[in-house]
Design a protein around this ligand. Structure first.
Ligand code: NAD
Ligand code: MG
Length: 299
């Protein structure tokens, strides 16, 4: 059968540095970032890969999580998104974007540093969407710090949000997950090769990688696949809101990748669809998928 589809020739035209010099206050609203990160993914055509699935996405208000929410919805999933209360404005934009794809988006603010919040989030997903088939543990805390300025409270915070929340969410979700379900964590290039400016954050991403591999092994018999996506620099509020970033560094963010620019959230989200979809990745579990803008890694 002949498909009448438009050709999609040529490279993606995505913004390149230099960007405007800017800084955001934590947690960093995407609505305030210039240029606005791209999450609409106009070239991405759905194939019904996630029809009827229920997904919980932490950090789903902005950045990569928002783009994942939109593409999951385009593929037929309903989503619950978690974020911090201060990010309500971004969350509402994500909800509108998900609803424009014809799916449900439940807004569930709460601080993932609290184990109880993690467990309640999973329970709310099951109650409101009717189950949980996909868990995306994507939220992260990040501040560039030298060792002498890195206080125990901050180290704790980074591990609570980036690592402990992943553990609490997975432990709460697995009993509800049917075979064919998927868990996906957001890792980072810093998890392969520590970033000299990010000691606690890089260590948390290394922990995420190993936890992912072990969960994959433990859950293979239940038919639940567990993988992570490891992006290079991506244009989201995370780095502009990093206390250790200067406006000058934000302006040059991503310039050192071989593609000489940061990725846009719409270029990272398809990796999450791939790992969530049995049609795409039923033979893949326990991997850390690099999406690095041309950088290579020794693995
Ligand atoms: P983002 O700021 O848009 O998303 C991070 C989200 O984490 C925030 O929206 C916030 O809702 C959430 N969060 C932070 N602390 C929280 C807490 N205590 N409780 C609940 N939620 C909390 O930035 P992003 O870049 O889209 O980040 C998404 C993921 O991608 C993170 O895991 C990040 O480490 C990873 N990542 C980002 C980059 C990059 O350059 N942007 C590179 C590699 C990996
Ligand atoms: Mg946000």
């Amino acid at each position: 059968m002949q498909h009448k589809q438009q050709r999609q020739d040529g490279p993606m035209q995505e913004p390149k540095p230099p960007f405007p010099e800017q800084k955001l206050d934590k947690p960093g609203l995407e609505a305030d970032l210039k240029p606005r990160p791209k999450y609409e993914a106009p070239r991405y055509k759905a194939a019904g890969k996630l029809v009827g699935k229920c997904a919980l996405i932490t950090g789903g208000d902005s950045g990569i999580g928002r783009a994942v929410a939109v593409l999951f919805a385009r593929e037929g999933a309903d989503v619950v998104i978690n974020y911090l209360a201060a990010e309500q404005r971004d969350a509402q934009e994500t909800k509108r974007a998900v609803e424009a794809e014809g799916r449900r988006c439940v807004l569930a603010p709460g601080d993932l540093g609290d184990a109880k919040v993690c467990v309640e989030l999973v329970e709310r997903t099951v109650k409101e969407l009717g189950g949980i088939d996909i868990l995306v543990s994507n939220a992260a805390h990040q501040n560039r710090k030298q060792l002498e300025e890195l206080e125990p409270e901050e180290f704790d915070r980074t591990f609570k949000v980036n690592v402990y929340a992943y553990y609490h969410l997975a432990k709460a979700a697995v009993p509800h997950m049917k075979p064919g379900s998927a868990i996906i964590a957001s890792s980072s290039s810093t998890g392969f090769r520590g970033n000299e400016e990010l000691p606690d954050y890089s260590a948390s991403k290394g922990a995420i990688n190993q936890f992912t591999k072990v969960l994959a092994q433990q859950l293979v018999s239940k038919g639940i696949r567990v993988n992570a996506v490891a992006p290079g620099p991506v244009w989201t509020p995370l780095n502009a809101a990093d206390e250790g970033m200067t406006p000058e560094k934000v302006a040059e963010f991503g310039a050192k990748t071989p593609l000489e620019r940061p990725g846009q959230p719409e270029e990272i989200a398809p990796a999450y669809v791939f790992l969530a979809s049995e049609a795409d990745s039923s033979f893949i579990t326990g991997i850390i998928l690099p999406v690095l803008g041309g950088e290579t890694i020794g693995a």
